[in-house]
Design a protein around this ligand. Sequence first.
Ligand SMILES: Nc1ncnc2c1ncn2[C@@H]1O[C@H](COP(=O)(O)OP(=O)(O)OP(=O)(O)O)[C@@H](O)[C@H]1O
Length: 456
Amino acid sequence: MPSQHILIIDDEADIRELLEITFSRMGLLSRAAADLAQARALLAEAHFDLCLTDLRLPDGSGLDLVEHVQRHHPHLPVAVITAHGSMDTAIAALKAGAFDFLNKPIELPRLRALIEAALKTATPPPDAPPGADRRATRLLGDSPAMDHIRATVAKLARSQAPVYIHGESGTGKELIARQIHDQSPRRTAAFVPVNCGAIPAELVESEFFGHLKGSFTGAVADRQGLFQAADGGTLFLDEVADLPLPMQVKLLRAIQERRIKPVGATAEIPVDVRLLSATHKNLADEVAAGRFRQDLYYRLNVIELLAPPLRERRQDIPQLAQHILDRLGQRGATPAPTLSPDALECLCRHTFPGNVRELENILERATALCDGDRIQPADLRLQQADDIRPDAPATHAPDDTPSLDATSLDATLIDHQREIIRRALEQTRWNKTEAARQLGMTFRQLRYRLKKLGIE
Ligand SMILES: Nc1ncnc2c1ncn2[C@@H]1O[C@H](COP(=O)(O)OP(=O)(O)OP(=O)(O)O)[C@@H](O)[C@H]1O
């Protein structure tokens, strides 16, 4: 990469020299500035591919430079050098838009990894390797909220900062995380999603960090953990609020040190992983309740992104519905039916407690149930679906369960409800609180419905 230029900003001459020598060994050109004023002047006169700045400078802070670059050279990545252990300043720099940070004393392998990653962000990301699995759908939607999310995703893809995505279930948090990865220079390495709530507490450490053969009963062979699987790529911690407290401590350490220790190993292994996390819970409340460590919260929540509920961006519904129907058509033997204008209007009025995932379920069911090639309002079964809305009043106390009246609720729908609820229960290993959440209803409403449908 002989033509790439790096701007070094540090007031200590020997650090400038060390960096210049390192870069020239990497085949990179560099120029150095001793303070902010010199740096600004150099930025105005020459083109750079990366800035590396100390935070404490004689005429201001490296954060001022991060802000200056954000404003005047928004595509130029800036990394900051921070004093060892000063995590607060590192986080402030990431929030201000720094691409990444480097602790003093500078470790050369880490410096090289940072430079390589930064220079990749400065050039357009390569195409995915042939045969790569392009699972992720595009983020669809015409609403200003989705425009904002797409623009933010494009910006965040250029940074290494941890991003915390929150929003109701089914709003597209995982899809957003995939998009950040897919648009980032890490896209040729793995995107590894993990549902933190689904791993038994006693196996979490081994799942995350791997283990050596014989390190515990059942460890019959060496096994790589999720951090190693995501090395060079992105680890997506879904439902991060469900991580057991002892594991939270270990995760924090792994993030800060950028090293992990497999269970049973004596030596640590360096890892280069970008962390994205999500939960439908309010993580700040979890911290206040003592269920989530504040220091880890602070470390994961460097940049926060909200996935808004579908009812707040109803104008996205037609495009999403069309996309879902097209996909169903590609999967099935016959083309998917189309929505009648009335059916579309009904969808646009629905509240979607289960968000886009609920829209997918409604359309899949309607495709199976409709006559001919047109979905009519009745095929959507929205009345009944609204019946299980979280905000729908719980009209029946669990103990005055009404008898099933086949005339008011047709048999197909009952079977369907039974199947949806049973699937949710199986997915959550019969955790009713979690199943109720996934279904977008209260625990009381689920209990009532279980009785009514005779599931126990
Ligand atoms: N903007 C969107 N464009 C296209 N598809 C979307 C969009 N948002 C969500 N989806 C689709 O909706 C489904 C649910 O999305 P996803 O799994 O990302 O939600 P989530 O918020 O992570 O849910 P949970 O909190 O339950 O894990 C997926 O099939 C996803 O592809």
